[in-house]
Design a protein around this ligand. Structure first.
Ligand code: NOJ
Length: 553
């Protein structure tokens, strides 16, 4: 399979389309929008977890991996969705949350009842010196341990306290997880996204960390056994088929391990998500800060991962947006003065790189962060915890709120804007999370009626990836590596050369093409968000302009 020709769309079911009038999106809603997805031209749709769950972390706390949560519909709805997608030739990618289960899962409940077999499914440990078993911290704030029932023991929970980390050292756990993947393969599922897969390999000694968060993560991230377990997972499940796409979500990983996880030898996964390029607006590694993004860092990290993954046989998932990130348009562009140019420029910057692009719902419309007025509008557990922690640290209410409004995961989780009717056509009742006020200006209906819309630009980008081998298969070479505003690269495939220039600023910027390309005159226009331009010795890029030229053989 040529992964370079695939484009994957992400549907966050809660916010995609509500057909049951409960204010929450559902599986029928995804099925209903099949024609929209076909028009866009994507190959596969990653659907975030819709399995039975208490929903403390919007479905990433799974209580039953085999059945649909009634919030999102029924098992019959899922069977119908699978059938419809199959007919349309669009694959479905399921989200396998295997680092932890909900504490409501039967395994954890049995463990609580004292069943020794299931107790060994989790990390349950004695406290130390009247406190927790070690000093690790949860990624959602507070200690990484929580009291195990009314015993004097604790269970490990690296995320919310209702998400108990699974003990992968126990082969019975691994067998259960293989069963789940095989069950869904049997139902025709062609894609799997594995949630935070590189933190499954905890060192069972659970030694204290130095207190430095970077050092602490090393105690449970990218440990060598993770590769072993992913290879076993591969051999026992999806590795037996050649038409299944897998992606590992890798938390605080490095490029060396990522090249192994996604190596072309096929022993582990098809590709990985890494997040280093999205931490460029963190201050000293802290997400919960109000910090302008660092363009140099963004460009350098993107270039580094492109080069290193290429050099070591790895494969990148390409993305700037997902359900855990504020909208890239707000972070890296100017949504006030250049909303469309921002959205199309960011799209073109990503879609011409080496890897498999992911489009997060609404990105293809140019959706933006909402302007919520108070904390009352936020629903996300991580954001709420972070707000409380900021206040506890002494940050004032107004400043804490400003940080949340920039960094909250709810920024991208606002309901999909289908049209200009009430609730943006997402639902006919008030949705679980408030719709962005700009839905009358930004919505799918208008975008489909306007040939100059962001939607059709994305469609062009997808078409080009399918047509042009230089995009799907070419090598990647960064250029203008020190430019203050431009992110640019060359792709090369058997003599064919593509150059893609992206202006990340509101300034007009001149670029000397004769200094970059040997025979610039031989290049012709391929795509740009300011329309057709001829190749010239000096090119002026407008604010947030993207411009690609190609030299054919
Ligand atoms: C990553 C998921 O994308 C995120 O939404 C979730 O909260 C954590 N993993 C924990 O499962």
């Amino acid at each position: 399979m040529n992964l370079g020709k695939k484009v994957i769309y992400q549907a966050y079911p809660r916010s995609f389309k509500d057909t049951s009038s409960n204010g929450i999106g559902d599986l029928k809603g995804i099925e209903e929008k099949i024609d929209y997805l076909k028009t866009l031209g994507v190959d596969m749709v990653w659907v975030n977890p819709f399995f039975v769950s208490p929903q403390n972390d919007n479905g990433y706390d799974i209580a039953d991996y085999y059945h649909v949560d009634p919030l999102f519909g029924t098992d019959e709805d899922l069977a119908s969705l699978i059938k419809t997608f199959d007919k349309a030739g669009i694959g479905l990618m399921f989200d396998m949350v295997f680092n932890h289960t909900s504490t409501s899962h039967e395994w954890f409940q049995k463990a609580l009842e004292g069943d020794e077999y299931y107790k060994d499914f989790y990390y349950i440990r004695e406290g130390k010196d009247g406190s927790y078993p070690n000093n690790w911290t949860s990624k959602f704030g507070g200690p990484a341990w929580n009291k195990f029932g009314d015993t004097d023991k604790f269970y490990l929970c690296l995320y919310d306290k209702t998400q108990a980390d699974l003990n992968w050292h126990n082969p019975n756990v691994r067998e259960e997880l293989y069963k789940i993947v095989n069950y869904w393969i049997g139902k025709g599922i062609k894609g799997f996204r594995f949630d935070v897969l590189n933190v499954i390999g905890k060192d069972g000694r659970f030694i204290d960390s130095s207190g430095d968060i970077g050092e602490e993560k090393k105690l449970y991230t990218d440990t060598p056994i993770v590769h072993e377990w992913i290879r076993d997972l591969n051999e026992n499940t999806f590795g037996k088929y050649d038409d299944i796409i897998t992606v590992g979500e890798m938390s605080s990983t490095d490029v060396h391990n990522s090249a192994l996880y996604s190596n072309a030898d096929g022993r582990e996964l098809s590709m990985v998500f890494n997040f280093h390029h999205l931490k460029v607006d963190y201050k000293d590694g802290d997400k919960w800060t109000d910090q302008a993004y660092d363009f140099d860092k963004l460009r350098d990290i993107l270039n580094h991962w492109q080069r290193e993954m290429q050099g070591h046989g790895g494969w990148n998932a390409l993305f700037l947006n997902n359900h855990d990130q504020p909208r890239a348009n707000n972070r890296f562009g100017d949504v006030k003065n250049y909303p469309k140019k921002t959205a199309t420029m960011l799209g073109q910057a990503i879609h011409m790189m080496r890897g498999t692009p992911y489009i997060y719902q609404g990105e293809e419309l140019g959706m933006t962060d909402p302007n919520y007025e108070s904390m009352d509008y936020y629903r996300d557990i991580e954001s709420k915890n972070a707000y409380e922690e900021l206040l506890a640290k002494g940050v004032g209410e107004a400043s804490a709120f400003k940080i949340i409004s920039k960094k909250s995961r709810d920024n991208s989780r606002t309901p999909m804007q289908w049209d200009g009717s009430s609730y943006a056509g997402f639902s006919d009742v008030s949705p679980w999370l408030k719709v962005n006020d700009n839905y009358k200006k930004i919505n799918a209906k208008d975008a489909l009626d306007d040939e100059d819309s962001v939607f059709y630009y994305y469609k062009k980008l997808i078409d080009l990836r399918k047509k042009e081998l230089v995009i799907s298969d070419g090598l990647y070479f960064p250029i203008l590596k020190d430019h203050p505003h431009i992110f640019a690269y060359i792709r090369e495939y058997e003599g064919e050369v593509l150059i893609n220039l992206n202006n990340f600023s509101e300034k007009k910027v001149e670029v000397r093409m004769d200094e970059i390309l040997d025979s610039y005159e031989e290049f012709t226009y391929l795509l740009g968000n300011y329309g057709k331009k001829d190749m010239e010795k000096t090119i002026t890029l407008n604010p947030y302009e993207s411009l690609a030229f190609i030299k054919r053989v």
